[in-house]
Design a protein around this ligand. Sequence first.
Ligand SMILES: NC(=O)c1ccc[n+]([C@@H]2O[C@H](COP(=O)([O-])OP(=O)(O)OC[C@H]3O[C@@H](n4cnc5c(N)ncnc54)[C@H](OP(=O)(O)O)[C@@H]3O)[C@@H](O)[C@H]2O)c1
Length: 264
Amino acid sequence: MARLLIFGGGRMGGAVVGGLVRAGWADRDQLVVVERRQEAREAIAARYPAVEVVEAPGRADGVVLAVKPGDLEAACRALPRQEVGRLLSIAAGATLARLEGWLWPGLPVVRAMPNMPALVGAGASVIAPGTAAAEEDLAWAESVLSSIGVVVRLPERLLDAATGLSGSGPAYVFLVVEALVEAGVLEGLDREVARVLAVQTLLGAARMLDETGERAEELRAAVTSPGGTTAAGLRALEGRAVRSAFLEAVAAAAERARQLGREH
Ligand SMILES: NC(=O)c1ccc[n+]([C@@H]2O[C@H](COP(=O)([O-])OP(=O)(O)OC[C@H]3O[C@@H](n4cnc5c(N)ncnc54)[C@H](OP(=O)(O)O)[C@@H]3O)[C@@H](O)[C@H]2O)c1
């Protein structure tokens, strides 16, 4: 039985554990969570009886590193040298070079950038291989992260671009929903009704994109009848350069990710 260690049982580590348990990993592998906070340890033990919860790391075939960036170096150095098979880091901003510098030569390392909807099993993660990571290590990282959403492979140099799009993206979407709710209220809708309609509109549009496989521009054209209401609404958005605002938002977030990567 392979031993998979989830290092850090906080929000993200907890989401990964939940995803792995739901995907049946606890039946095949021994899942172990390393967590120093007693409260978090008790919560995980109560929620996932099949998972072992410990305070310090030990031997592992695979490690998922899910501690805050400030705790990363200590966590890497706490791992038993040569007793770990491979490592997947989901910490934002920590480059492969930095991670590998804290570990030991030859250890296959994969760096991932998941996003917040992983907490509900609908995340979007990108992964990049370190110097010693082979195809089988990427496939392993992919299978771990596919338990919390979709996974895309990228070279590390594109991880900051993905951070600007999918990493920060949920916040852009939350802002859009906030604005739609306010707009509904302005038009006389009850706030709760406006919220239900805005959220379902987003969910419905996302599911159409996902399930039909059609491109966004095709679906938008299909819902925009000549001289109709949607065309009038879209004209207002184009007049306010909303498309360009999103280009700027993703570029600004990606640039900030590059900057933070250089600072650390
Ligand atoms: N949350 C997100 O949406 C998101 C998205 C993308 C990436 N990430 C990445 O995921 C990582 C985890 O984020 P999070 O939000 O899950 O953080 P979190 O809730 O603070 O979880 C980290 C947990 O690990 C514990 N820990 C830290 N060092 C430890 C050690 N040496 N031994 C044992 N336990 C230790 C922490 O304990 P203490 O509380 O005592 O520090 C905490 O309970 C971060 O690196 C973040 O960049 C998060």
